[in-house]
Design a protein around this ligand. Sequence first.
Ligand code: HEC
Length: 133
Amino acid sequence: MRAEDEKGVHMVGIGAFLTRRRRSIAAGLMFVAGLSIAFSGRSWADAGAGATLYKNTCIACHGEAGDGKGPSAKGLSPSPPDFTSPAFWADKTDSYLLHVITNGLGPMPGWGATLSPVDILNLLDYVKTFRKG
Ligand code: HEC
């Protein structure tokens, strides 16, 4: 059973226990929750989980501010990019960036062997939060 299906079954179960009126309030709340998820970002990934992964795995090189000035970045060639710069994002697609994080690039190792695809999606969502402008 897929996670979406499980959620659906769960919601139907809850609905059966609610009165008609409560059910319409619950439906309204679910609608609002759905909208806020839909408008909160460009994907369903969890940037909060990404923040923790970033601290544990990426911050040493990419830096706390995402500007590529982490302590382990010294001496790397090329240097880690500046995620705060709109110019960095201008020509990068999600699928390219997911590929790079999974397989590595230059001095950066790939993370596909240690992190799950969902972790990598969450990381990409978090890394996007560094962008300024
Ligand atoms: C050992 C240092 C190091 C670590 C740790 C590291 N990176 Fe990198 N990363 C780099 C370097 C250096 C580059 C630039 C590579 C190049 O341009 O050849 C880079 C580039 C990138 C890029 C941009 C690729 C591009 O085309 O410009 C992304 C996105 C990225 N890293 C994400 C991550 C994420 C997410 C993590 C944590 C899972 C991570 N990196 C961990 C050093 C690191």
